[in-house]
Design a protein around this ligand. Sequence first.
Ligand SMILES: Cc1cc2nc3c(=O)[nH]c(=O)nc-3n(C[C@H](O)[C@H](O)[C@H](O)COP(=O)(O)O)c2cc1C
Length: 318
Amino acid sequence: MFSWKTADKPIVALSPMADMTDSEFCLIAKRFGARIVFREMVSSEAIVRLNDKTLEMCKFEEAERPIIQQIFGADPDTMAEAARIVEERFHPDGIDINMGCPVYKITSNFNGAALMKEPERAAEIIRKMKAAITVPLSVKIRLGWSDPRECLDFAKVVEDAGADLITVHGRTKAQGYSGVADWKMVGEVKKRVSIPVLVNGDVHTPEAALPAMEQSGADGTLVARGALGNPWILKQIEEVLKDGKVSTVIDEETRVRTVIEHTKLMIARHGETRGVTLMRKHFAWYFKGGPRSKEIRMRLNQAASLADVEAAILPESR
Ligand SMILES: Cc1cc2nc3c(=O)[nH]c(=O)nc-3n(C[C@H](O)[C@H](O)[C@H](O)COP(=O)(O)O)c2cc1C
């Protein structure tokens, strides 16, 4: 059974991203050596209502394991019941609670980062979820709502309530995505708790993982935006942390092959037109920068079939 305590350190994992870390993207990341993947957040209320679309979002392939399903919500009983349902129906290797999302739609319902303002409620959620499941329970937080030192007491609350791991995004809710992630403050959390801590925020290159890990003393890192259009970064980070340098070099042919593979997976799940349309957000990341990227992106944005995608990106078709 998967355990955060015994997982090989440093832990390098794909961070949850709504609309991005679906089954298909997680499979692609896994193919390039990602060890652990966090799936995008799902609503606890939708799960307990047995909403088909939300339940569908929790499905995964065996090749994605170890896979952690993230859940958001504010009501302890609903969160516990949702966790129980997710474990019983899908058997992920772990469940994560979103206590860091800064988006108004989420925080205005007391979900996500808003829970950092309500430590008692947060603790009750953790206690009840922990009692409802058998797999490890982790919690993803920010430095605080507006004060970056709020995480210090809050992390203790999270640990004492029974969480098995904490991820800290080194920004406050008030910062959103502005400024830079404060990896040293994540290190202050690490000093105060005995459960494993993951540092998150601004690890957008393999090399950035070194100072992030050094400054935080964390047990590993979660990588979000750096993995978009760049799923091999997780393996490259492991290489840098182990040997000080990247040995997996990705050439243009591999990038193109990956985009086609990713598109095929999306088509297999969603059908051709919808699959290709849903790939647009990924195309933008895969072809960000680089020669001819603007022209390729324009052609991809008009693509409606796999043949159109291939014609836009295969060298012989250009
Ligand atoms: C498009 C997008 C969607 C996200 N969705 C989630 C989510 O569902 N759950 C969550 O905890 N964090 C979510 N995040 C936050 C990331 O997991 C991560 O904490 C943040 O982007 C900072 O890490 P990074 O600098 O590596 O991107 C999302 C971020 C982005 C860019």
